[in-house]
Design a protein around this ligand. Structure first.
Ligand code: ZN
Length: 349
């Protein structure tokens, strides 16, 4: 199938967001907590762990549609998602995969297993990963983080991933709350794992897998700077749920790198963006035409408004003149706003 004529502007393959939470797309429409959280754990407790228990499959679907739409509009054609909805576990990964397929965005799904809701909750999370992957779904086995899981759950998730020949997608050492993760995950990891954040990992932590750096999220949660250049692991870039504008995330990654080392080049942060293609190689076949030319590291690092004009996925134009072609973007935004209101009404104060 020949591709349609290309509009003027630089082109790249589809960009990859190596760590996303599509379920967080509705959070902007939910009022903030009455008392401002003061640290990482209280941010989880007062915002995310109230939102995730209120999610049902309908809210998940609209959140995923909105997140996928925003990814596409940013030239991101492949999202590696990490999902949690403790009261709507079974079938949740299908809902997310279907929503992304509707919009025309590739997705790797994972359910974040945790013992926060007891052993039955952990078992249900493992079962959802297994059900989805055995049915042919594209994804990884998800784990929230070592600090919310028992050793038995970590072993079970690692074992399931080995059986299914995929990696584990897990938050690691995002904050000092997760101290001890290195020791508890030692011997379980392999090169297919995604180790998300790694802010508080030692330089020689010894874990295998790709470190996913989320610089904007780390700043937002005041957990520190991961200094990814110190690791021997591959490093990729994620948004941690704050959209999927990967050129923007690259700029933040570059600025943060320069803050710690003024001699650093844009190529380093760009290589983290490119590492996404090792994780989702299908995105290499996609084509994004941008509003700016050339799309190369130094130029993009200092050009703050580069928009995706056209996106081709699997030979189909799924974004034309900056607008999604398969879905009505205005309708998705309107319905997602309604769902955010409904979600807020279901959340405990
Ligand atoms: Zn995350």
């Amino acid at each position: 199938m020949s591709l349609p004529p290309t509009p003027p502007g630089g082109t790249t393959p589809g960009l990859v967001c190596a760590h996303h939470h599509l379920y967080s797309a509705l959070a902007r429409g939910v009022p903030g907590p009455a008392v401002a959280p003061t640290d990482f754990l209280s941010i989880l407790e007062s915002i995310w762990w109230k939102l995730d228990v209120a999610l049902d499959l309908e809210a998940i679907a609209w959140s995923a549609r909105l997140g996928a739409l925003e990814a596409l509009e940013s030239g991101c054609t492949a999202v590696i998602d990490h999902h949690e909805s403790p009261h709507a576990i079974e079938g949740s990964l299908d809902v997310i995969a279907d929503a992304c397929a509707e919009v025309g965005v590739r997705v790797s799904c994972a359910y974040g297993v945790t013992d926060r809701h007891g052993p039955d909750g952990a078992k249900a999370g493992l079962a959802e990963n297994e059900r989805f992957l055995r049915a042919g779904g594209h994804g990884l086995v998800g784990v929230h983080a070592a600090f919310t899981c028992t050793d038995d759950t970590l072993d079970a998730a690692a074992g399931l991933a080995r059986d299914l020949e995929v990696g584990v997608h897990i938050h690691v050492a995002e904050a000092d709350t997760d101290d001890g993760a290195t020791e508890r995950l030692a011997g379980l990891t392999d090169d297919r794992w995604l180790l998300v954040h790694g802010v508080h990992l030692a330089d020689d932590h010894g874990l295998s897998g790709t470190i996913v750096h989320n610089p904007r999220s780390n700043m937002n949660n005041a957990v520190g700077y991961a200094r990814p250049t110190r690791f021997t692991n591959p490093v990729a870039l994620g948004s941690d749920g704050i959209g999927a504008s990967m050129l923007d995330e690259f700029r933040v990654a570059f600025a943060r790198l320069r803050e710690s080392d003024v001699t650093a080049g844009a190529d380093t942060a760009w290589s983290w963006l490119e590492a996404g293609w090792q994780l989702m190689p299908a995105a290499l076949d996609d084509r994004v035409t941008w509003s700016y030319d050339p799309i190369e590291p130094w130029a993009v690092a200092y050009t703050t408004d580069v928009r995706a004009l056209e996106v081709v996925v699997d030979g189909e134009v799924v974004l034309a003149d900056g607008r999604a072609t398969r879905v009505d973007g205005a309708e998705i935004r309107a319905r997602a706003a309604e769902q955010a209101t409904r979600l807020a009404s279901r959340m405990s104060p």
